[in-house]
Design a protein around this ligand. Structure first.
Ligand code: SAH
Length: 480
């Protein structure tokens, strides 16, 4: 039995209101707030107000409610399913509450718990699915906080999925025996192909996928999501990435993906580090491709977590090809790429009106050959250049660009551990950039941004990248 202190004094129920009248008494902000809340339902809202405020009047005029422009009297409550006393005046709220109780109609009086028969919850609305959060009047702010968290967890398409589920319930009961088979079907329905199709708005495809599941009862199809984990800060993860992590059976992640993001996965998901930091590949790309295919074939829901955006220097092309060849369904979830995080850390406009209107993502590793790559020409014509994995080739990048005609005075910004608490910012010019290569103190991932737009950045918490001071002095300076 539940212990006394964990018993609820207000028990949640879902009241049917379709086609029913709900009366709100009051013409001010409290009444408007209640009217807005109720307008999430199909109740007929009747507002009784002697002096309705302008916003309330226009809410009613736009079809949201019927406005009874009159002084309150008990007869106006007749036939209501629920009543809200929201006049802002204690005496009048009390009268309304007493009248409601005489009529046997449940009443809520705004901010007056003693006059309430019920409380209104904070709502996460995915009609027909609804999560209602109540605190028995203790904390509306707390309720809103919880509401926001839950709202993020639930897919915006959940309501449509639930509606589709209702339309299939009868067929599922007819075709599948009660117990594990039927449960298995619903499990696949809510997390598998039908859910994925609805997520991207493909209703017909969702219906077909559901029919297929139902009729063939095929073994659950595996699915791989190539998910961008963002640059490091866990709150730069997308909501979609977070949802997929919570549904995953297996999570494969790269070395640059922080532990905090990996641990957002479903508690009993298997977690596999596939490494890939410079110099220590724990699995080859071929091995990773093969692993993705075999997990997909085994019917697992796989999240392949990559730092930043999966399509930017993430070798996603090879993984997608392997999955396509094997006929395994997959999707791609974008992430905040390191260049964007570094630019944000520096408040650096990547495009700047009148200065630069194009941007290059490069590694700089292609500068070693004899021919100047095309992007170098773009840099010379003013594009902003973001160099990934550029620390060990910093000198090459700088020398070649200067040789090709880019001014040695072009501004350069460097961020180590962009978006993270331990990030470090450095700035200077193209002539200073080679010094980056000798900096043994930079152990985290480093993003280099080159171009005239960089000059517009905020350098307040940034150290000079000056090549002319010895590396050791610079370390001391940074630590100071
Ligand atoms: N797909 C990733 C890039 C992977 S390549 C993305 O979109 O961001 C790895 C390189 O990304 C690193 O060598 C570094 O140049 C850059 N990088 C990744 N995370 C970074 C971070 N937090 N700060 C700075 N650079 C980062």
């Amino acid at each position: 039995m539940t212990s006394t202190e964990s018993r609820l004094n207000a028990f949640p129920v879902f009241m049917k209101v379709e086609g029913c009248v709900v009366v709100i008494v009051g013409g001010g902000d409290e009444a408007l707030a209640k009217a807005r809340l109720l307008s999430q339902s199909s109740a007929e809202i009747r507002i009784v107000a002697e002096a309705p405020g302008a916003e309330l009047a226009s809410f009613a005029a736009s079809g949201g409610a019927t406005l009874v422009h009159a002084a309150y009297e008990p007869s106006l409550l007749a036939g209501a399913r629920l009543i809200f006393a929201a006049t802002g005046e204690e005496a009048l709220d009390r009268t309304v509450s007493e009248d409601a109780r005489k009529l046997g109609i449940p009443v809520n009086a705004v901010d007056r718990p003693e006059l309430c028969d019920f409380f209104t919850p904070a709502l996460v609305n995915r009609a027909p699915v609804c999560v209602a959060i109540g605190t028995e009047g203790a904390g509306p702010v707390l309720a809103q906080m919880i509401r926001e968290k839950i709202d993020q967890l639930l897919s915006p398409s959940l309501g449509r999925l639930a509606t589709l589920a209702s339309s299939l319930r009868e067929a599922a009961e007819r075709l599948l025996p009660k117990g594990s088979q039927r449960r298995g079907f619903w499990n696949d329905f809510f997390t598998g192909a039908p859910a994925r199709a609805l997520e991207i708005g493909h209703i017909e495809e969702a219906r077909e996928a559901a029919a297929e599941l139902l009729l063939r009862r095929t073994a659950a199809q595996g699915h791989v999501a190539l998910v961008g984990a963002g640059p490091g800060a866990e709150d730069l993860l997308t909501l979609r990435a977070q949802r997929l992590l919570m549904q995953a059976d297996v999570i494969l992640y790269d070395a640059l993906v922080p532990e905090a993001v990996v641990s957002m996965g479903r508690r009993d998901a298997e977690r596999v580090s596939v490494g890939k930091r410079k110099g220590c590949h724990s699995k080859s790309q071929d091995e990773i491709n093969a692993l993705l295919v075999s997990l997909g074939r085994a019917g697992r829901r796989v999240v392949r977590l990559k730092s930043g955006d999966p399509l930017v220097f993430g070798r996603a092309g090879e993984e997608m090809q392997a999955l396509r060849d094997a006929g395994i369904s997959y999707e791609v979830v974008p992430g905040v790429t390191a260049a964007f995080a570094a630019a944000a850390d520096f408040e650096l406009p990547l495009t700047l009106r009148g200065v630069t209107s194009s941007m290059v993502f490069t590694t700089g590793h292609d500068l070693k050959g004899g021919v100047l790559p095309d992007w170098a020409k773009l840099a010379i014509s003013g594009a902003t250049v973001a160099v990934y994995m550029g620390r060990s080739v910093a000198a090459d990048v700088a020398d070649r660009l200067i040789d090709a005609g880019l001014s040695p005075d072009t501004a350069v910004a460097v961020v180590e551990n962009a978006s993270l608490g331990n990030r470090r910012k450095l700035h200077g010019t193209l002539a200073d950039l080679p010094s980056l290569q000798e900096r043994a103190d930079l152990t985290g991932p480093v993003m280099t941004i080159i171009g005239d737009a960089v000059a517009g950045a905020d350098f307040t918490h940034s150290q000079p990248l000056a090549a002319r001071i010895g590396a050791s002095t610079q370390v001391a300076e940074v630590r100071a």
